[in-house]
Design a binder for this molecule. Structure first.
Ligand SMILES: Nc1ncnc2c1ncn2[C@@H]1O[C@H](COP(=O)(O)OP(=O)(O)OP(=O)(O)O)[C@@H](O)[C@H]1O
Ligand SMILES: [Mg+2]
Length: 257
């Protein structure tokens, strides 16, 4: 990362301008703009194939962009040197819906996968990791008799898995948690729980990017909305300045564009 040379505003945790990304002949992003402020939930909306997942994969370090600028905390991110490991070091944690957790692994291993606490002998400190997992479960309201640190993740419902993945991001003190369709395919009461987990991240002063096709879910949580349409940003809307109908209209316009 090199020091930013223009502007001084740290109003934004993350700012992206003119992001392009192609996969062969497919132009997934064609000059997308995006931003996230500290302590806000941004809803990322748009039709299938609009480029939402591609954009967050660039933020997560999974893909480099072909061109465009990316500032994080006012520092320019160099795509050539950016990676998932670097994103994590910067406090960016992404929860992908289908692979939020390893289903065969116990919860404690899922929490610490790739980031184990080691003792003086260099061995995994299982006892400490289980104790922290127990605390996390209690904080998330997922404790009780049914779920323990030794429970295999596959036993959990979809909403519970999202909760554990969000809790893991919070434990590792992520400043930005990215959720790609966390409420898709969940039962109604599960959705409410996940929306609560998302709000809890904001209450700790952290930011969230929330991708969904269910406008109602982002309307209930987000502070700002970004609408992507065919790889471009069709609008950034402040929740406080619009009605639900305004949002619906804007999203539909993006679909038709
Ligand atoms: N790894 C890839 N290889 C080739 N094409 C890709 C790849 N990832 C995405 N694309 C293409 O880029 C475009 C944008 O896809 P992306 O997954 O970002 O859309 P999305 O907005 O997340 O859609 P959805 O709402 O369906 O998840 C699509 O045309 C998609 O087929
Ligand atoms: Mg997607």
């Amino acid at each position: 990362m090199q020091k930013r040379e223009y502007g001084k505003s740290l109003d934004f945790l993350l700012e992206m301008h003119g992001i392009h990304k192609s996969f062969g002949t497919v132009q997934a992003l064609r000059g997308a703009d995006f931003s996230v402020k500290p302590g806000e939930i941004v809803g990322l909306l748009g039709d299938n194939g609009a480029g939402k997942s591609t954009l967050i994969k660039i933020i997560s370090g999974l893909y480099g962009a072909d061109s465009g600028s990316f500032l994080f905390k006012g520092h320019a991110v160099n795509f050539r040197r950016y990676s998932v490991a670097q994103a994590r070091r910067m406090g960016i944690e992404t929860v992908y819906q289908d692979r939020a957790l390893g289903v065969l692994q116990p919860l404690w291993r899922n929490i610490f996968m790739g980031r184990h606490i080691k003792n003086r002998l260099g061995l995994i400190d299982v006892r400490t990791e289980k104790r922290i997992t127990q605390q996390l479960l209690a904080e998330l309201g997922l404790g009780g008799d049914r779920l323990t640190p030794d429970t295999a993740a596959g036993v959990l419902s979809g909403g519970e898995r999202q909760g554990i993945a969000i809790g893991r991001a919070m434990y590792f003190d992520a400043g930005l948690v990215i959720l790609d369709e966390p409420t898709t395919a969940l039962a109604v009461n599960e959705v409410d729980k996940v929306l609560q987990f998302i709000r809890a991240v904001r209450e700790k002063g952290k930011s969230v990017i929330f991708i969904t096709h269910t406008i109602d879910h982002v309307w209930q949580t987000a502070d700002r909305f970004c609408i992507l349409s065919h790889g471009k940003t069709a609008g950034m809307l402040e929740r406080s300045q619009i009605t639900f109908d305004d949002l619906l209209t804007a999203v539909r316009k993006g679909f038709d564009a």
